[in-house]
Design a protein around this ligand. Structure first.
Ligand code: TPP
Length: 569
């Protein structure tokens, strides 16, 4: 159907189209390049058009995080718009994260005015000469699927629809659109477009029957098959498909540095978070959406072990190097591949073998959980608080309506999360600062859920906390932030310890460049934006502090922060 809207500028037509395409939020960090858009927003608002809702996000790290959090929960891309080359540069770490985590985002930036005079929007500020680069998109091109500069009004619909369609096509990821001020500011009277969009939306792909049959034959005769996964749960529908396959075969499922909820953690076939022993023993390994299932430098599978790769893109084509084998590679939507595999393997299966494995693994799972619980209980009174105990305490408050955003220190093995789409961890690209914004985006996407964001003290600082707490208050987005405060960058320290096990740093205890002492009173940063915030040092008071913080978030509808003083490793 064709639709017509009365508009005064290209910028207004752009907003009209984004709204029509279901974009709900416009996460913006504005500059002089935004003038036509702000003007267009003012007109739309005067006429009662609320979408896409503009949110002022005073740091790009937070803005990209929010768009990622929203898309991770809903699967729908939102718009982030930043200021020219400088805003793009600030946002880049977040875009790298989104790229490697396959999060669709319409990332956009104003373009310095092109013309020196003569057009509405031409250069009229001191920065307008120096703030131009030869190739603005070149700053991000390696980490976006597509980039383009809007050249004129006539191509607006094609460009926006193409951007949104490419971001959402598998493998999903961010796209980048630059918007010159002259084009945005151009006078228009009317805008006509198709509604719904007519850009092609590629269907999900399924692997061919012959390759599925080959994988099924390998699995049917395997004695010690295992699964290793990291990001399968990006598609929540893939989780029950993996459960079905695992139950059919009696397959242990290991999660390797998971970024999503891939398999219910209380399921008897959940084999934990360290696949090393399983890898050494396995004769067939299903690598399901996992970029680095083991570290060949340390220890890999035996040479005769067969590897089945299951992924949207089993080559991880955008990674310069990834040498993990794939004797069989099932490309396409993993939910379809895994279901097809379960169907194909069922008639070939020796049921007695599968049953024996299921029972043995189930007993082991129960024993390991008990042993872990006992180890954690022994830490209950440790002061400063042990991170495992903190994770355990948080785990006790996680219910079916909780979303966990974890940037590093929450130890998943201490909880028993089971709802697909309820857990998100930092991207393997490792750009710190993702957590706070992502938690806010997740809460925007799921206002009825409780969002708990666990961050290290390092990750908290990288997340531009002043901006995040500002946004939480300004737009009523209450989340609980828990700072695992060990007053250091332990990840960096651990790298030194494994790099030189008996070296100078280990022997002398000197670890320059890893300390975050004296630590700020992080609770004051949250309180400055009206949040409920506490410092927690006594492990015996942790549960009550969590209760109060969750009450603030759920009942008072305001953000909360616990600055938990943790043991230094
Ligand atoms: C943008 C960016 N800068 C630096 C790093 C390197 N880095 C990886 S982990 C880490 C420390 C994280 O500290 P914290 O959040 O306190 O967790 P901890 O390591 O103490 O558990 C750093 C600095 C990074 N990943 N990203």
């Amino acid at each position: 159907m064709r639709k017509q809207a009365s508009v005064e500028s290209t910028a207004e037509a752009y907003l009209e189209l984004l709204a029509a395409r279901g974009v709900e939020y416009f996460f913006a960090n504005a500059g002089t390049d935004f003038a036509p858009l702000i003007e267009a927003y003012a007109r739309r608002s005067a006429q009662g058009h609320a979408r896409p809702r503009p949110l002022t996000v005073p740091h790009e790290v937070t803005a990209v995080g929010m768009a990622c959090g929203y898309a991770m929960v809903t699967g729908r891309p939102q718009v982030v718009m930043v200021h020219t080359i400088v805003g793009t540069a600030n946002a880049l770490g977040g875009i790298m994260n989104a790229s490697r985590s396959n999060v669709p985002v319409l990332f956009s930036a104003g373009r310095n005015p092109i013309t020196e005079a003569g057009e509405l929007g031409s250069r009229d500020r001191q920065i307008h000469w120096a703030q131009e680069s030869f190739d603005q998109a070149g700053l991000v091109r390696e980490f976006v699927k597509w980039d383009y500069e809007l050249r004129n009004f006539g191509q607006l619909e094609t460009v926006v629809d193409r951007a949104l369609a490419i971001a959402q096509a598998e493998p999903q990821g961010p796209v980048y659109l630059t918007l010159p001020r002259e084009v945005l500011g151009e006078r228009q009277e009317a805008f006509e477009y198709s509604d719904p969009a007519r850009a092609p939306r590629p269907s999900a792909l399924a692997p061919d029957g012959e390759t599925v049959a080959e994988a099924a034959r390998l699995l049917a005769t395997a004695r010690h098959p295992i699964v290793i996964t990291k990001a399968l749960g990006r598609d929540p529908a893939a989780v029950p498909a993996l459960v079905e396959l695992a139950e059919t075969l009696g397959l242990p499922v290991f999660e390797q540095a998971p970024t999503h909820l891939n398999f219910p953690q209380d399921h008897p076939l959940h084999a934990g978070f360290d696949p090393a022993a399983g890898v050494a023993e396995a004769d067939v390994i299903i690598v399901a959406e996992c970029d680095a299932p083991w570290y060949p430098h340390l220890r890999g599978p035996r040479p005769e072990t067969k590897i089945v790769q299951v992924a949207v893109d089993p080559l991880f084509s955008r990674y310069p190097i990834r040498g993990f084998h794939g004797d069989v590679a099932l490309a396409g939507a993993p939910r379809l591949a895994l279901r097809a595999l379960a169907d194909a393997v069922t008639p070939l299966l020796d049921r007695a073998v599968a049953t024996e494995r299921r029972e043995r693994l189930g007993a082991r799972h129960a024993k390991e959980r008990e042993a872990r619980a006992a180890r954690t209980r022994a830490l209950a009174a440790d002061t400063p608080i042990d991170m495992a105990w903190l994770s355990h305490a948080i785990g006790e408050f996680i219910d079916e309506r909780t979303i966990m955003v974890n940037e590093y220190d929450f130890d998943q093995s201490q909880a028993a999360m089971r709802v697909p789409g309820s857990y998100f961890a930092a991207s393997p690209a490792g750009g710190l600062g993702w957590g706070l914004g992502s938690a806010l985006g997740a809460k925007l996407a799921a206002p009825d859920k409780t969002v708990i964001c666990c961050v290290g003290d390092g990750a908290y600082i990288f997340g531009s906390p002043t901006a995040a707490h500002f946004v939480s208050r300004a737009y009523d987005i209450p989340a609980l932030f828990v700072v695992f405060n060990n007053r250091m960058w332990n990840a960096v320290k651990k790298a030194v310890q494994t790099h030189a096990r008996e070296g100078w740093a280990v022997k002398t205890g000197a670890m320059p460049l890893t300390e975050l002492d004296p630590a700020p009173d992080y609770e004051l940063i949250c309180r400055a934006s009206g949040g409920h915030a506490e410092r927690v040092e006594d492990p015996g008071k942790l549960h009550d502090a969590l209760r109060r913080a969750l009450h603030a978030v759920r009942e008072e509808k305001r953000q909360a922060l616990l600055n938990v003083i943790c043991k230094k490793p």
